[in-house]
Design a protein around this ligand. Structure first.
Ligand code: C2O
Length: 588
């Protein structure tokens, strides 16, 4: 195994999109940030140098960090944030995982621009991919472009002030040609392909607020992996991907040579305020024609110049446009996600083990008094603040002046953060028809009054945990991409409406459930998962929609040590920094 080393300079820089310069916080001046490429078994060292005015941490989304919770990168849960002008070095091994993951800042808002791909290739040549070797591998990162100040937006979200939508969506950092002024380069992201070749697209949704549909006109995808776990291959013309998910798909360049739009459209509210309702963004798949064929068209396209739609020396047939799903269509995502099954079969999966912990987690919204006391009059919207909840409690992130939860756990010291057990809640029935019809706005919603607490749930080492995530209609029709750090979850089943413990257990896939780090509780539905709590440490579990997370849809899972050294959390790395007491997670 090799060691892979990177230096990440976090800095603010101006970038031009939509005809305007915007100050963005990025790594090494790039958007998306640098791709980390490793072979399974490698050790990774990343030196993070923070030259931005914000506190940051970097989270290696989906990397299991087995016995190494210290490198997970969540402020005040696993580490003190890296304050401006400070450095921090992450060190971890990548073991037992192959495929596409990503890294992002685990700081409110800033992950919109602080992110990049994390690619893990198979260790043994002989083993290689369980599909024909692709000609090229291409990261396709779907994201947002924000003209607003992200740190400020995030701060407002925690106070439930919604003023912001993304200005545009992006493919690999570019907004594409649907906007009147698309910045440089004008055409957006272009994927050059050679006829007959197969490309492995490593697709990542780095967006803050939206699930996306991705299509390429005239082409189909063969999905081969999700969240760095191989799936039984299936063919589809549309990829559905929620924030936090990664999908690997093969693209065979088998259409007649030409230009084909790659469209990405968010499938639910809130929508970016785009001028073009059919797509949020588009890039292009562009067939390279052989030298002899292109030589006599070169002059033509040059003379057409930038404004004339000239496109890399090709003939000027209009590019083919894909038919995108309707933006309010959520069932396409439901079917896409039901098509995911693990390539590994029964026997390799611990789903046959007996479950010793059952959790039913209701994802919802509630209200609290703006000023902290619980005595405001119910439904008085001037006193109430909207929060997101799990089992009707809203997660409160530990103050930056305390000790991170992981250290407190490891040293068995109190950490002056008062935690509270994630409440149990039996399945109950939601009247989806009514709730779904209620327009957004605290007055009209029948929200439960609630409060904030640092929710934790402890598991014994080796516990087999089953969780049903139940979404509710008051979530404004959103799905909920639920992400667990440090573990993969097996997705047993999903359904629309209320989970029924008597009937729905029969639908569980105990043969080849897909393993994911981000599972989707569908719009107005539920998802049932299992995971084995075998990675000692303190792990964040949250909705990967930025506004749900900032509003409190989160909890912390503590996995206790097992009886032996290799089932216990090792001590922190040498020189693991402690927090200085004058820091705050939010910029001043
Ligand atoms: Cu990708 Cu806790 O996040």
């Amino acid at each position: 195994a090799a060691s892979v080393e990177h230096t990440f300079i976090v800095n603010q820089t101006k970038m031009t999109r939509l005809c305007k310069e915007t100050l963005v916080t990025v790594v090494n001046g790039q958007l998306p940030g640098p791709t980390i490429e490793v072979t399974e078994g490698d050790s990774v060292t990343v030196h993070v140098v923070n030259r931005s005015p914000y506190n940051v941490t970097i989270h290696w989304h989906g990397v299991k960090q087995f016995q190494n919770c210290w490198a997970d990168g969540v402020p005040m849960i696993t580490q003190c944030p890296i304050t401006p002008n400070k450095n921090f070095t992450y060190q971890f091994d990548v073991i037992g995982q192959e495929g596409t993951l990503w890294w992002h800042a685990h700081v409110p808002g800033l992950r919109a621009t602080l992110h990049g791909a994390f690619i893990i290739r198979p260790r043994h040549r002989a083993k290689s991919y369980p599909f024909p070797k692709p000609y090229k591998e291409i990261p396709v990162i779907i994201g947002d472009w924000w003209e607003k100040d992200l740190a400020e937006m995030a701060m407002n979200m925690t106070r439930s002030i919604f003023t912001s939508y993304a200005s545009a969506s992006t493919v690999n950092g570019l907004v594409g040609d649907l906007f009147n002024c698309s910045g440089v380069p004008k055409e957006g992201y272009v994927l050059d392909v050679e006829p007959g070749k197969t490309y492995l697209l490593r697709i990542i949704n780095a967006g803050l607020f939206s699930e996306f549909y991705l299509k390429i006109a005239g082409h189909k995808f063969t999905v081969v992996a999700a969240d760095a776990n191989y799936v039984s291959p299936f063919t589809t013309d549309v990829i559905a991907i929620t924030p936090g998910e990664t999908i690997d798909a093969l693209l065979l360049a088998d259409a007649s040579p030409g230009r084909y739009y790659m469209g990405a459209v968010p499938n639910q509210a809130p929508l970016p305020d785009t001028q073009t309702p059919e797509y949020a963004t588009r890039g292009m798949v562009h067939y390279k024609v052989s030298q002899s064929a292109s030589s006599d068209t070169t002059t033509v396209s040059l003379s057409q110049g930038v404004g004339g739609g000239g496109y890399r020396g090709q003939s000027e047939d209009a590019p083919v446009v894909p038919m995108m799903p309707d933006i309010h269509d959520t069932i396409t995502s439901y079917y896409f996600h039901s098509n995911l099954t693990s390539l590994r079969q029964k026997g390799h999966l611990p789903v046959q083990q007996e479950v010793n912990e059952h959790l039913f987690i209701v994802l919802g919204l509630g209200t609290i008094c703006k000023h902290g006391h619980q005595s405001c009059k119910r439904g008085n919207s001037t006193e109430d603040m909207l929060v997101a909840t799990m089992n009707n409690v809203s997660y409160q992130h530990p103050e930056a002046t305390t000790t991170p939860l992981l250290e407190a756990h490891y040293y068995h010291t109190g950490c002056n953060t008062t935690t509270e057990e994630l409440p149990k809640r039996p399945p109950r029935f939601y009247n989806f028809t009514d709730e779904a019809l209620i327009p957004f706005g605290p007055k009209e919603m029948r929200l439960e009054p609630t409060y904030k607490a640092t929710l934790v749930r402890r598991f014994k080492h080796g516990d087999v945990v089953e969780i049903v995530f139940q979404s509710t209609g008051i979530l404004q029709g959103d799905s909920n991409p639920m992400h667990l750090h440090g573990h993969d979850m097996m997705v047993l089943a999903q359904g629309i409406g209320n989970y029924d413990p008597l009937k729905d257990v029969a639908k569980y896939n105990l043969v080849n459930p897909p393993a994911k780090n981000t599972v989707v509780a569908p719009n107005l539905g539920w998802v049932a998962i299992r995971f084995v709590a075998n990675n000692p440490g303190v792990w964040f579990m949250h909705c990967h929609y930025e506004f749900h997370l900032s509003m409190g849809m989160a909890a912390v899972f503590i996995v206790e040590d097992g009886p032996t050294m290799d089932t216990s959390l090792p001590p922190p790395p040498v020189n693991f920094p402690t927090c200085s007491h004058d820091i705050s997670l939010m910029p001043k």
